[in-house]
Design a protein around this ligand. Structure first.
Ligand SMILES: Cc1cc2nc3c(=O)[nH]c(=O)nc-3n(C[C@H](O)[C@H](O)[C@H](O)COP(=O)(O)O)c2cc1C
Length: 191
């Protein structure tokens, strides 16, 4: 069966968008029809009832899920609750070892979900990227500082880093599609 999936994302520097494209591409290869929606450009409420599933993807900035994703989830909660849904977050802390538990991505995501009162069918976090060469002075300085604080090591800021594990991304897309099939097959609502 040809499922219709909405992929709603929020990305400033492009890595979350790239991950959304990879997930959607994988779903298309498996026969789904996919619509990518940039949450930051959404002007109106979406009719989610036309979809068989929704995947929401957000970059993490300053310890938070982005504002456009807050807005989207808050406004579309009823529709989201009726469908198989997934939330993926993208941040660089997921990639850097640390024992500073309170700053972990899991906390950021679970705080967001608690606040929204949303329980997606699947939740995943991916390591993002640090495109140093695209940063201005302040961001470069800040990210160097963040990496140092987190790992205790100095990072070479003259080049870009991509930490995303693309196999994890593919596996996430495959597992999500299995859940959509399962839930469509059993005719049950998401949660
Ligand atoms: C100013 C700034 C703040 C950031 N804060 C966080 C953070 O709190 N936690 C985290 O895991 N990553 C943080 N990052 C890393 C970004 O989440 C990472 O670069 C990600 O790949 C960005 O996604 P995007 O390219 O889709 O915007 C930050 C990056 C910048 C530039």
């Amino acid at each position: 069966m040809d499922y219709r999936i909405a992929l709603v994302y929020s990305s400033t520097q492009g890595q979350t968008k790239k991950i959304a494209e990879r997930i959607g591409g994988r779903l298309e290869e498996a026969g789904c029809s996919v619509e990518w929606i940039n949450a930051g450009e959404l002007q109106h409420q979406l009719d989610l009832s036309v979809y068989d599933g929704v995947i929401v993807g957000s970059a993490i900035y300053a310890g938070r899920i982005t504002r456009p994703i807050y807005r989207f989830v808050r406004h579309q909660l009823d529709g989201l609750r009726r469908l198989p849904t997934a939330l993926f977050s993208v941040g660089m802390l997921a990639a850097l070892e640390s024992d500073q538990e309170e700053t972990t991505t899991d906390h950021i995501v679970s705080d967001f979900l608690d606040e929204m009162k949303w329980e997606p069918t699947m939740v995943e976090s991916f390591a993002g990227a640090i495109p140093f060469t695209e940063y201005g002075f302040f961001r470069r300085w800040l990210m160097k500082w963040m990496v140092r604080r987190r790992t205790g090591e100095k990072i070479d800021a003259s080049r870009d880093y991509e930490y995303t594990d693309w196999e994890q991304v593919d596996s996430f897309a495959d597992r999500y599609l299995s859940r959509v099939r399962e839930m469509a097959g059993s005719g049950k609502e998401a949660r």
